[in-house]
Design a protein around this ligand. Structure first.
Ligand code: SF4
Length: 336
């Protein structure tokens, strides 16, 4: 498989009156053609800012790229001109947002909006773009598509708007589709349909997908690799099997323990992660997770753990990951 996208040591910071907010602080991953990567973490973990950085949609100022690089087919996205970035967006890399109204303009008909992207990137005539837009709405499962293409976004249900946004995102056959919590606002049945639709389109076009979610359960069925983020940094990365069935980082254990469908404690209860994610302006010393980690010891407060290789590409940033006796559910050694 060929590598499409490489993110190396990305740092995306925001200058605020309270100080520098390090939203993304050292993210590295690569994405092959046709592969699916899940980026998982709570709100404020830096996953959405990672996506917006790839799309060069970070408002600057207050945002800035403080370090690292993002390369698409060996070209630095961070060094592209505004015109090159406009061409890249939609044409090569497209994004689906949680709220379809972020992408859909309420005052234009849905079909016109999809067609606009085809006219802009593919140079289609207005008539051909209208026909193709209706075809795309049909592909994503909008009934009576050529009629519904004439509707305004508010005439669509939530699920239909999400489908329309997917139609718009895939209109130009992008190599990479970034989906940021694409199904959070939808009920479970529609959620499953939307994810199935994305998988179908991916298989047809060999599109690479970055699926961003706070819910590990969503990515379990559809991704190849997972990156778990906390406080702007990756804390565990590996294949879906490694991260789901042999997780090594206490934060990943916490995410899995708080999943309704995955695990419960010995009394059959879900176990939420105690505490709140930290402020990204004042990230805790040492391991950023230490104030919430039931396994924390003195070294955790003093030294930042680096990502270490646990074998077969499975990495985790925890001083004790992979040590014998350091297993989920045990507080061996105790918190000091
Ligand atoms: Fe917990 Fe320490 Fe590991 Fe951080 S380094 S996850 S505080 S045990």
């Amino acid at each position: 498989m060929s590598t499409l996208l490489e993110v190396n040591g990305l740092q995306t910071y925001f200058d605020t009156i309270d100080g520098v907010l390090k939203a993304v602080d050292g993210v590295t991953f690569s994405l092959d053609r046709g592969a699916t990567l899940g980026i998982v973490g709570e709100s404020g973990s830096g996953k959405s800012v990672t996506a917006l950085s790839i799309m060069r949609l970070i408002p600057m100022p207050p945002g800035r790229f403080a370090g690292g690089d993002i390369r698409y087919e060996d070209r630095s996205i961070l060094e592209m001109s505004a015109a090159e970035v406009r061409s890249l967006r939609g044409n090569n890399i497209a994004m689906i947002f949680q709220d379809p109204m972020t992408s859909l303009n309420p005052v234009y008909r849905v079909g016109k909006q999809i067609g606009e992207s085809l006219r802009l990137h593919k140079g289609m005539s207005r008539k051909s773009a209208d026909v193709r837009a209706a075809e795309l709405l049909d592909v994503v499962g909008i009934p009576n598509a050529s009629q519904r293409a004439k509707d305004y976004p508010h005439q669509f249900s939530g699920g239909m708007r999400q489908r329309a946004m997917i139609a718009m995102a895939v209109a130009c056959d992008p190599d990479i589709l970034i989906a940021d919590e694409p199904t959070t606002a939808l009920d479970v049945t529609i959620q499953a349909q939307i994810l199935d639709l994305m998988i179908e389109l991916q298989q047809e076009k060999d599109t690479a997908i970055i699926m961003i979610t706070h819910d590990l359960g969503i990515v379990a069925d559809m991704v190849d690799n997972v990156m778990v983020m906390y406080a702007g940094r990756p804390v565990e990365e590996g294949t879906v099997d490694q991260v789901f069935y042999d997780p090594k980082h206490p934060y990943t254990w916490g995410l899995l323990d708080s999943l309704p469908r995955y695990d419960v404690d010995d009394k059959g209860r879900l176990i939420p992660i105690e505490g709140q994610p930290p402020s990204l302006i004042a990230v805790p010393s040492g391991c950023a997770f230490h104030p919430r980690c039931p396994y924390a010891r003195d070294v955790c407060r003093a030294e930042e753990p680096k990502l270490s290789n646990l074998g077969d590409g499975h990495v985790a940033a925890c001083h004790f990951a992979g040590s014998s006796g350091f297993v989920r559910g045990s507080t061996a050694g105790g918190a000091a």
